[in-house]
Design a protein around this ligand. Structure first.
Ligand SMILES: [Zn+2]
Ligand SMILES: [Zn+2]
Length: 343
C-alpha cells in the first residue's frame, strides 16, 4: 500500500509499505478521506508538536483526521465489523485512568497521538484500536466525517462549553479551517456571528458560511467595532482560532463582563493585563482542544440536524499520490482544509 512520509524538512515521499496487520483488539481501516492539519506542518517544518516525543517523525505516517471503511478486525473486536463506515479518534491512552474512562483520552498521562506517535491516515490503510473507531452516520460523506473530527468536534465542543445559543453574539478570530468550523457551528446554534480576519478572501468565505458581520482588523479597530455593534456592551462569546497575542487580547477585550472566551489557536506565550481584561470583568476563559470521545454521536447529530455545511471547510482535495503537492499547497496558507480522498 502507499503511505505518506515526511522524510525531511519540506520533503514528502509516498512510499510503498506493507499493509499493517490488526492485533486482537485492533481494526484495519481502508482510508476514504484524510484531512491535512496545520499540526502536520510542524513536522513538515522540522518541529515537533508534542515536545516530549522522542519518536522519529520521518518513519511515522502522518494524518489524524481520517475516515474510511473497516476492512478487517482482530479476534476480540466486538463493536465494528468489515464494511462499517468509521471516523477514527486520534487519541490513544492507557484506557484505565480517570481521563481515559471519561472519554478524555488526550488528557491521559500515556497519551499518544495518531499521525505523530503512531501511523495515521495519510495512507491506503491504517490499524487502530477498536476503541478509536467512531461510527460514521450514513447521512455523512467520508470527507464530511474527516473534517467533523478535529475541526467539527473541537468547534462543536467549544460552542457548547462556552454556552453559545440563539440569543448571543459570538466573535470568531481567524478564519482558517478552525475558524470556519467556528462560524458554521455558532450559526448552527443560532447565534449572531462576527468573523475577524486580515485576509479579505477569508472574510468572503466567512460570509458564505453564514457570518452575519465580518471585520478586517487591518482596516477597522475590531474591538471598538464589536462594542459599537453590541450597543457598547461587548460580545457574549469570543473564540480565538489564531493563537496570535493580538487576537487573544482582542478576544478578552471584546466580550462583555461575565462574557466567555475560548482559546483554540495554539501559542507559546501571551501577555495580558489580568486585572483589567479578566478579573474585574469576571471572564470565563476556556482552553479547548479536540473533543471527548463520548460526544461523537452528539457532534454528528448536530451537524446532520442543523444542515451544518461542514464540507465547506475543505477547499482542495488530492489523491494520495500527489501528497507532495498537497502539502506544499496547504503550507502556502492560501487554502482551507486540504483533504486526501480515495475512490
Ligand atoms: Zn488536526
Ligand atoms: Zn489513561
Amino acid at each position: 500500500m502507499q503511505a505518506v512520509k515526511i522524510v525531511g524538512v519540506g520533503q514528502i515521499e509516498v512510499k510503498d509499505v506493507p499493509i499493517p496487520v490488526p492485533g486482537d483488539n485492533e481494526v484495519l481501516v481502508k482510508l476514504k478521506a484524510s484531512a491535512l492539519c496545520r499540526s502536520d506542518l510542524h513536522l513538515y517544518h522540522g518541529e515537533s508538536v508534542f515536545e516530549d516525543s522522542d519518536i522519529d517523525g520521518s518513519t511515522i505516517t502522518p494524518g489524524h483526521e481520517p475516515c474510511g471503511v473497516v476492512e478487517k478486525v482482530g479476534k476480540n473486536v466486538q463493536s465494528v465489523k468489515p464494511g462499517d463506515r468509521v471516523a477514527v479518534y486520534l487519541a490513544y491512552g492507557c484506557s484505565s485512568c480517570s481521563y481515559c474512562l471519561a472519554g478524555d483520552t488526550m488528557l491521559c498521562d500515556k497519551f499518544r497521538c495518531m499521525g505523530f506517535d503512531l501511523d495515521g491516515g495519510h495512507a491506503d490503510y491504517l490499524v487502530t484500536p477498536e476503541y478509536n473507531c467512531l461510527p460514521l452516520p450514513d447521512e455523512m460523506t467520508f470527507l464530511q466525517g474527516a473534517v467533523s473530527t478535529d475541526v467539527g468536534g473541537t468547534l462543536y465542543t467549544a460552542c457548547r462549553e462556552l454556552g453559545v445559543d440563539g440569543t448571543q453574539t459570538v466573535v470568531i478570530f481567524g478564519i482558517g479551517p478552525m475558524g470556519c468550523g467556528g462560524v458554521l457551528m455558532a450559526k448552527g446554534y443560532g447565534a449572531k456571528v462576527i468573523a475577524i480576519d486580515v485576509d479579505p478572501q477569508r472574510l468572503k468565505l466567512a460570509q458564505e458560511l453564514g457570518a452575519d458581520i465580518v471585520i478586517n482588523p487591518k482596516e477597522t479597530d475590531s474591538v471598538a467595532e464589536i462594542k459599537r455593534l453590541t450597543k457598547g456592551m461587548g460580545a457574549d462569546v469570543a473564540i480565538d482560532c489564531t493563537g496570535s497575542q493580538i487576537a487573544q487580547n482582542n478576544a478578552l477585550d471584546c466580550v462583555k463582563p461575565r462574557g466567555k472566551v475560548g482559546f483554540i489557536g495554539e501559542s507559546k506565550s501571551c501577555t495580558i493585563n489580568p486585572s483589567d481584561q479578566f478579573i474585574r470583568k469576571l471572564i470565563d476563559l476556556k482552553g479547548l482542544w479536540y473533543f471527548n470521545r463520548a460526544d461523537w454521536n452528539e457532534i454528528t447529530d448536530f451537524i446532520i440536524r442543523n444542515n451544518v455545511a461542514i464540507e465547506k471547510i475543505s477547499s482542495h482535495t488530492f489523491p494520495i499520490e500527489e501528497a507532495a503537492e498537497a502539502f506544499k499547497l496547504f503550507d502556502s496558507r492560501v487554502t482551507q482544509k486540504v483533504v486526501f480522498l480515495w475512490d
